[in-house]
Design a protein around this ligand. Structure first.
Ligand SMILES: NC(=O)c1ccc[n+]([C@@H]2O[C@H](COP(=O)([O-])OP(=O)(O)OC[C@H]3O[C@@H](n4cnc5c(N)ncnc54)[C@H](OP(=O)(O)O)[C@@H]3O)[C@@H](O)[C@H]2O)c1
Length: 270
């Protein structure tokens, strides 16, 4: 498979990290103006060939998949340049939040195969989850290639209704940040009750990882797992009582996810 990655910032790098250990991927051409964003390990990986600008790759032939991984705000500039340089690709896979299939069709051509995806940063260690939506031009081969790429870095969920892509973005694309924020809060609280910074990090981290593994390896409902930890009149019950007060925690998470979804919709208007 001949792959081009445009934009190698946080998410582009996370995907490259994941693909670096994939035997089926032999070579990826990467366009990134700012090499400071890329780790030395990725730069030194012989599979990846780095270029500063799109104009340097215009004679590289037809790509199977071109991954568009720049910020939504500069995507227009990038797709216009791709069209002007007549860079050809059998499919265009965007990872940008908010931007609709229609946006890419407008600049790259109505007959082009467009794949709109939302991965997340755990892709770098092959534990990602990616929501994928295809336009009607995507044939079996295009779909198979994209699934190969995204399945390689975690799990893929197909989204038929494009309207829902902003909802998926708000949950799993942004989700790692919500989890880390919860962990930051746990660490701070742990320190405030006398635990060292080092131990606080270990306790919070291992609790997250252990709970996540347990969740992944059981068919139990999530609330059942919570109840298993919560003995009547025990310490957990006392702590949870605070989190559950007036449904505050649920309301806060609900508001956060809806605000992220709204931001996705707004980004789609540019
Ligand atoms: N971060 C996440 O967790 C996440 C999750 C899901 C989806 N996404 C999506 O992924 C995309 C990238 O996000 P990010 O967080 O990785 O942003 P980022 O760290 O800013 O990465 C974007 C990269 O593209 C580079 N770039 C700018 N102009 C370019 C051009 N003309 N050609 C090639 N590369 C160019 C930027 O370089 P400069 O620094 O020099 O501008 C930067 O290194 C966004 O559309 C976002 O919505 C991100």
């Amino acid at each position: 498979m001949k792959i081009c990655l445009v934009g190698c910032g946080k998410m582009g790098s996370a995907l490259l990290e994941g693909w670096s250990i994939l035997k089926s991927i032999k070579e990826i051409i990467v366009i990134e103006p700012n090499y400071e964003n890329i780790t030395k390990t990725l730069i030194n990986n012989k599979k990846f060939n780095f270029y500063n600008s799109l104009s340097e790759i215009k004679n590289k032939g037809i790509f199977d998949v071109t991954i568009l991984a720049v910020k939504p705000q500069i995507m227009k500039e990038v797709v216009i340049q791709l069209a002007e340089l007549r860079i050809q690709s059998n499919s265009w896979l965007s990872i940008a939040a908010g931007l609709k299939v229609n946006f890419f069709e407008e600049y790259l051509g109505r007959n082009q195969s467009i794949i709109r995806t939302i991965p997340n940063t755990p892709s770098s260690i092959l534990k990602g989850v990616t929501a994928v939506h295809y336009n009607s031009n995507c044939n079996k081969n295009v779909i198979e290639n994209s699934i190969l790429l995204m399945d390689a870095v975690g799990e893929t969920i197909q989204v038929k209704n494009e309207e829902l892509m902003d909802s998926y973005t708000a949950v799993s694309g942004s989700g790692p940040a919500y989890i880390y924020f919860m962990i930051e809060a746990m660490i701070e609280a742990a320190i405030s009750i006398g635990i060292s910074k080092k131990d606080a990090r270990v306790l919070a981290e291992k609790t997250l990882i252990g709970s996540a593994y347990l969740l992944e390896h059981t068919n139990e409902e999530v609330h059942k797992l919570r109840k298993d930890v919560t003995s009547p009149k025990g310490t957990t019950e006392a702590g949870l009582k605070v989190l559950m007060e007036n449904n505050n925690f649920f309301n806060l998470v609900d508001r956060a996810i809806k605000e992220a979804q709204k931001r996705g919709k707004d980004l789609g208007k540019i």
